[in-house]
Design a protein around this ligand. Structure first.
Ligand code: NAP
Length: 315
C-alpha cells in the first residue's frame, strides 16, 4: 500500500470531519498555519484532494498553487464559491453533499416563514424584556396557513419546502428555468410574475451568474407591504440594499434570512426590525445532518482515490 493521499482542509468545519479525514488521508489543515502561502508551496506536490465549505473560496489562484490536485470535495451542496470552469479545464473532479441536508433546510425555511410572519423571535424578546406586564398585548402579526407561496428554484430543497407547505394548505407555485413535468404546482416563467401571485416568496435556487440579484426592487414591490421573503439559498440571489430599503420604507412586510451578501456581515439596519428574523447561515446546521455531510464528503474522496465512481459528482 502506498502513502495515504494528501488532502488539504481549508477551515475547521467540524472536528468530526477533521478526525475522519485524518484517519483516512494525510491531512493538511490550512487554517492552522500562520504562513499559509509558504505551507501551500511546501506541500503542493503532496496535495491531491481538497475539502472546502461555503465560507471559503476555491478560485483559480488557489487551484494554480496545487498542481497535483485531483478532487475538490465540498462540505455543502452549493458550489458557487468553487471555480467549476477552472476545475473542468484542469480535469479536477468536484463533489458536493446534496440530499442529506434537504430536510434541515426545508424545515428551516418553514421556521423562517412562521417566525417572521408571526414575529416569534420579537414576541419572545417582548416577554424576556418584561414588556408584557408593562405594555400589555403584543401587536397583531400575519397568518401563514392558506397563503400563496412562491418558490424560486424547485430543486431538492424547493420541493421539500413545497411538501411541507402543503400541510399548511398553502397555494404553491414556482419559478425555475423550465416547467417541471409531473409537478402539481403552477409554473411562472419570471420571478416577477411569481411574486405578483405570491404572499410569501422562498428562495431555494442555486447561486449562479443568472440568479445573482434575481430578487430586486421590482420583485420586492410585487410581494408588497404584507408580503414576506425567505432566503435559505445564498445571499447574492437577493439585492440586499434593495431589500433593506424595502423593509425600512415598509414596502415589504418582513423577511426571514439565513444567508447574506457579505457573510458574516449582516446589514445593521435590520437588527432592530421585529418583522425580520436573522440567522447566521445555519440551514444544514444540525449534528445529524453535518455528520451525514461529513461522511459523504469523505466517501467521495475515498471513492476517487480507490478509482471508484464518485457518489455525488457535480461537474
Ligand atoms: P438543487 O436540487 O440543485 O436545486 C437548485 C435549483 O436551482 C434547481 O431546481 C434549479 O432549477 C434552480 N436554478 C438554477 N439556476 C437557475 C436559474 N438560472 N433560474 C432559476 N432557477 C435556477 O439544489 P438544492 O439541494 O435544492 O439546494 C439549493 C441551494 O440551496 C444550493 O445551491 C445552496 O446554495 C442552497 N443551500 C443553502 C443552505 C443553507 O445553509 N442556507 C444549505 C443547503 C443548500 P432548474 O434546474 O429547474 O432551473
Amino acid at each position: 500500500m502506498g502513502p495515504k493521499p494528501g488532502v488539504l482542509m481549508l477551515k475547521m468545519m467540524m472536528p468530526y470531519l477533521r478526525d475522519s479525514l485524518e484517519s483516512k488521508f494525510t491531512l493538511y489543515p490550512l487554517w492552522e498555519q500562520s504562513d499559509k502561502e509558504g505551507y501551500l508551496a511546501q506541500n503542493a506536490q503532496s496535495i491531491r484532494g481538497l475539502v472546502t465549505w461555503t465560507g471559503s473560496t476555491v478560485d483559480a489562484e488557489l487551484i494554480n498553487k496545487l498542481p497535483k490536485l485531483e478532487i475538490v470535495s465540498a462540505f455543502s451542496v452549493g458550489v458557487d464559491k468553487v471555480d467549476l470552469r477552472k476545475c473542468k479545464e484542469r480535469g479536477i473532479a468536484v463533489t458536493n453533499t446534496p440530499d442529506v441536508l434537504t430536510d434541515d433546510c426545508a424545515d428551516l425555511a418553514i421556521a423562517l416563514l412562521l417566525s417572521s410572519m408571526r414575529q416569534v423571535c420579537a414576541a419572545d424578546r417582548y416577554v424576556r424584556k418584561g414588556c408584557w406586564p408593562k405594555l400589555g398585548q403584543y401587536p397583531l402579526t400575519y397568518k401563514m396557513s392558506g397563503k400563496r407561496l412562491g418558490i424560486v428554484g424547485l430543486g431538492r430543497i424547493g420541493m421539500a419546502v413545497a411538501k411541507r407547505a402543503e400541510a399548511f394548505s398553502c397555494k404553491i407555485s414556482y419559478f425555475a428555468r423550465s416547467e417541471k413535468s409531473g409537478v402539481p404546482y403552477k409554473f411562472y416563467d419570471t420571478v416577477l410574475e411569481l411574486a405578483n401571485n405570491s404572499d410569501m416568496l422562498v428562495i431555494t435556487c442555486a447561486l449562479t451568474k443568472e440568479t445573482t440579484h434575481i430578487v430586486g426592487r421590482k420583485v420586492l414591490d410585487a410581494l408588497g407591504p404584507e408580503g414576506f421573503l425567505v432566503n435559505i439559498a445564498r445571499g447574492p440571489v437577493v439585492d440586499e440594499q434593495e431589500l433593506v430599503k424595502a423593509l425600512i420604507e415598509g414596502r415589504l412586510g418582513g423577511a426571514g434570512l439565513d444567508v447574506f451578501e457579505k457573510e458574516p456581515q449582516v446589514p445593521q439596519e435590520l437588527w432592530n426590525m421585529d418583522n425580520v428574523v436573522l440567522l447566521p447561515h445555519v440551514g444544514s446546521g444540525t449534528w445529524d445532518t453535518r455528520r451525514a455531510m461529513a461522511d459523504l464528503a469523505v466517501s467521495n474522496l475515498e471513492a476517487h482515490f480507490a478509482g471508484k465512481p464518485l457518489l455525488t459528482p457535480c461537474n
